[in-house]
Design a protein around this ligand. Structure first.
Ligand code: COA
Length: 331
């Protein structure tokens, strides 16, 4: 049975840098509060005219170039996003057209901050099952357009941001290489701890003028509850993968935790007993780009030479749902 390896990675973020100081005028916050509570110094938000698919396309082009592939060599697209450019169809089909591809499957997957890990699991299943040999996996979000930048939204607007990352998974028959284990979970009992209530088909019309005025389309979050679960679930999930493989955290060469809050990443690191050199964080520069945090960070690591063949790489994520999960691979 083939396993999946990463053939190439790419990333794209908007050119517009939004610093913490830009928020302090409008929403009763400060650079100091944001830095000490979250680790974020700046993030990227799109400018008018830029789209999510633009970012997904740029990340994909880089991943294809890194893999030495032409778009036509892709067998399928798995596009993780909860912020598609339109309510329907999803961004996958737009990316497919922009790449000039024939009618290959373009699957949109919405698993919030765990979107990229879940998308990898789908791509890996296609490859292991022998159905496809080269699958493009994209994680991309535009969160800035659903942020409340009034003082009421200060606990979320400072956290979330825009970006895209991509990876191409390919089949290999080399024993011991590639994706070795997944661990995936969800628990809908906590769905409303981090959610966007509307627009939704529960309402007719999907959002009414008065609900719009009430701001029900903004992201709403119980930050403390999310924090409490995230710091527990991510390390637990990494350990589950490692236990299944008979490996120890000390053998991890690189862990990329979903970039939600630097304090969460530090607690995940501590819980797993990892050294700073084993963990990569970039939340300082990008904030939380939801399904894009892990592929953006992975691409930075690959391009900086932080991963070498034979390295044990772990990715772990937690997000709205709650959903969470991890993947462990031998690079
Ligand atoms: N600037 C200044 N003050 C702010 C603020 C901001 N941007 N956001 C919130 N505050 C205030 C609160 O209103 C509160 O004030 P009060 O004590 O007068 O009521 C105070 O800071 C403390 O708020 P609290 O929510 O207790 O802070 P916290 O230490 O829990 O940090 C988060 C808030 C959002 C940073 C933190 O809970 C968090 O990161 N949670 C996880 C969020 C997350 O990762 N979400 C995505 C998961 S995928």
């Amino acid at each position: 049975m083939p396993t999946s390896i990463v053939l190439g990675t790419g990333r794209a973020v908007p050119g517009r840098v939004v610093t913490n100081d830009e928020f302090s005028g409008s929403m009763d916050t400060s650079d100091e509060w944001i830095r000490t509570r979250t680790g974020i110094r700046e993030r990227r938000w799109i400018s008018p005219g830029e789209t999510g698919v633009d970012l997904g396309l740029e990340a994909t082009r880089q991943a294809l170039a890194a893999a030495g592939m032409q778009p036509g060599e892709l067998d399928a697209i798995i596009y993780a996003t909860i912020t598609p450019d339109h309510f329907l169809p999803g961004n996958g089909v737009y990316l497919q057209t922009r790449l000039g591809l024939g009618p290959i499957p373009a699957i949109d997957l919405r698993m919030q901050c765990a979107g990229f890990v879940y998308a990898l699991s789908v791509a890996d299943a296609f490859i292991r099952g022998g159905m496809y040999r080269r699958v493009l996996v994209v994680g991309q979000e535009i969160q800035s357009t659903r942020m409340d930048v009034s003082p009421k939204g200060r606990h979320t607007a400072v956290l979330f941001a825009d970006g895209a990352g991509a990876a191409i998974l390919g089949a290999t028959d080399e024993p011991g290489r590639g994706i070795l284990a997944f661990d995936l979970h969800s628990d809908g009992a906590f769905a409303e701890k981090l959610w966007v209530e509307e627009p939704g088909s529960l309402h007719n019309p999907t959002i009414s003028a008065d609900r719009y005025e009430a701001g029900t389309y903004f992201l709403q979050m119980d930050g403390k509850e999310v924090f409490r679960h995230a710091v527990h679930r991510m390390p637990e999930s990494v350990r589950t993968c490692l236990d299944r493989l008979g490996l120890a955290p000390s053998e991890i060469a690189l862990l990329i935790p979903h970039q939600a809050n630097m304090r969460i990443s530090e607690m995940v690191q501590r819980e797993l007993g990892l050294a700073d050199s084993q963990v990569y964080n970039n939340i300082e520069r990008y904030g939380n780009t939801t399904s894009a945090t892990i592929p953006i960070a992975l691409d930075e690591c690959v391009r900086a030479g932080r991963v070498a063949p034979g390295d044990l790489v772990a990715l772990t994520a937690f997000g709205s749902g709650f959903v969470w999960g991890s993947v462990v691979m031998r690079w």
